[in-house]
Design a binder for this molecule. Structure first.
Ligand code: HEC
Length: 211
């Protein structure tokens, strides 16, 4: 019994020593990070991707869709269909990502601004109403002054959805009666009448037009 234990111990010592000196499995012929290579003329172990390499899913051939620019001019039309789904998605993303500063109506008085962040211009100013859709896409993609880029958080499709929704917000705050049909005008009239009767007795905040 004792002898067997001794043999086992001896074996373990030899095995341990052998493992200590032999590095074969550790030292594989692969290039380690930043290691020099004698195989390539420029001696760099790290290789650059071959010119024109495109990562999977990153082809982005449609430049206008991914930059908001056509040549060096901002797109003036959405590069995708302006459906109800698009607007709904845009509203959802706008309320998540933009309303904390720009507010849910886009007047630039979101909660973060009320707590001291720089106040952005209202989306309802003439200057911003007249900006083409590509401008909004560009601001979200590249940032603007104090505002950082949202390219990493918001997919391009969703950025366009937000642009569509900003347009809807702008329209909602600047409707010309002449653009409405009779039924719509009637609804505006009743809306305004209700607003009057709601606002005065309660003396509370007006909410009509802001939802
Ligand atoms: C953390 C606050 C914040 C968030 C969130 C934010 N913005 Fe802004 N945004 C600003 C500020 C501040 C400015 C003005 C920057 C300046 O003038 O330095 C600005 C400017 C802009 C402008 C340019 C206005 C101009 O004067 O030409 C647009 C367009 C805009 N934001 C759109 C968006 C959209 C769309 C989102 C959501 C994806 C968004 N912003 C999210 C703070 C924010």
């Amino acid at each position: 019994m004792r002898r067997r234990a001794q043999t086992l111990l001896a074996f373990l010592v030899v095995a341990g020593a052998a493992a200590g000196c032999r590095q074969d499995m550790h030292d594989q012929p692969v290039i380690e990070p930043f290691e020099e290579s004698n195989f390539f003329a420029d001696k760099r172990g790290y290789r650059m991707p071959i010119e024109g390499t495109v990562a999977r899913g990153q082809l982005r051939e449609d430049k206008a869709f991914y930059t908001g620019l056509s040549g060096d001019r901002f797109l003036t039309k959405l590069p995708l269909a302006g459906t109800r789904e698009l607007l709904e998605r845009g509203r959802d993303r706008f309320e998540v990502f933009c309303s904390p500063c720009h507010s849910r109506v886009g007047d630039g008085r979101g909660m973060i601004v009320r707590r001291g962040f720089k106040q952005p211009a209202s989306f309802h100013e003439a200057r911003l109403r007249n900006q083409p859709v590509g401008y909004y896409f560009d601001v979200m993609s590249r940032g603007f002054g104090e505002m950082s880029s949202y390219a990493a958080q918001i997919r391009p499709e969703d950025r366009w959805a937000i642009v569509a929704y900003i347009r809807a917000l702008q329209l909602s705050q600047a409707v010309v009666l002449a653009d409405l049909d009779n039924e719509q005008r009637e609804r505006v009239r009743t809306g305004l009448a209700n607003r009057g009767s709601l606002a005065s007795p309660a003396g509370g905040e007006e909410t009509v037009g802001h939802d």
